[in-house]
Design a protein around this ligand. Sequence first.
Ligand SMILES: *Cc1c(COP(=O)(O)O)cnc(C)c1O
Length: 363
Amino acid sequence: MEIQANRMDLGFLKHQSEYEEAALRVLRSGWYILGKEDEAFEKEFGEYHGCYCAGLASGLDALWIGIKMLGIGEGDEVIVQGNTYIASVMGISINGATPVFTEPDEYAQIDVEKIEEKITPRTKALMVVHLYGHVCDMTRVQEICKKHHLYLIEDCAQAHGATWRGQKVGTFGDIGCFSFYPTKNIGAFGDAGAVISHSKEIIDQAKVYRNYGSRKHYYNEVVGANSRLDEMQAALLRVRMKYIDEITAERKALAAAYEKGLHNPKVRMITQRPESSSVWHQVVILVEERDRMIEYLAERGIKTIIHYPIPPHLSEAYAYLNVAKGSLPITEKYANSVISIPLYCGMTKQEQDYVIDAINSFA
Ligand SMILES: *Cc1c(COP(=O)(O)O)cnc(C)c1O
């Protein structure tokens, strides 16, 4: 059997006529950037979170523009977990601020007990990344931010609709940053992103900034950027968002079946913290002999992905930060042992059982 790590076509096919209708509506409208669809999406995505929302061109843009709107820049430090996708870190460094890495816990989320030791007089913000769709102890995170007067930034690119004690991620702090890259739980059909906030002012500023710093054509208030959510992606995302509960439920059921089925002592599956509700962007297993496991699965037609093989502090891009190898041992251990196993909406029981049996038979 051939099993892909991810399938982007199945989610589309399940509601094909609705996506096609939305796409045709935009094509025939004669209006393609910043219009009714964008406005409607922002309203709907904002209301879903009880926040204001600005649609942007990507998740990275949501991070760096959001951080810029908080006034964070050169000379400032932002604490972020070491085990994240490099875009989290670029959102900080693009603004001239310095990323300061901290270690993850056993759930692969930021270790809330190790945050405070990283705080200096220059620390302006804490970024938590809801990696793999999981959630850390957000109550503790809020306490730390309040105590030390730090902005709280949430990278929700992998965690649309995930909750801590019933509250949705992205709503705990100053800004919540979302990506709708096609492989994300809520994926567009191209690049797209959004920033949400309880502050109307921050979102207003982001909307000005994304459009060359203008509210009105050819009247520019600030030096901005071009980072608009186009009408096509907004219309398609409105369809995707109608099914967020269905998407999340399916991912949760698949994750639960993995959790129940996997019983190889050589494998530990990263799970969710009590009191949180993960949306399972990935099911990640930790395996000491990772290369051999990946090869073993590949021989059986099972594709896997490593999220992520090189932690940002060891990437060439961040060599200038001079964070030595070995200085973030837990982060580095994750980088050396994680494997994301196949998980996608539309995965059949037969496919999943095949993957479970293969992993369990690895000796
Ligand atoms: C995907 C992702 C991003 C970046 O999103 P893009 O839309 O690709 O720019 C940022 N942070 C995390 C954790 C991600 O997974």
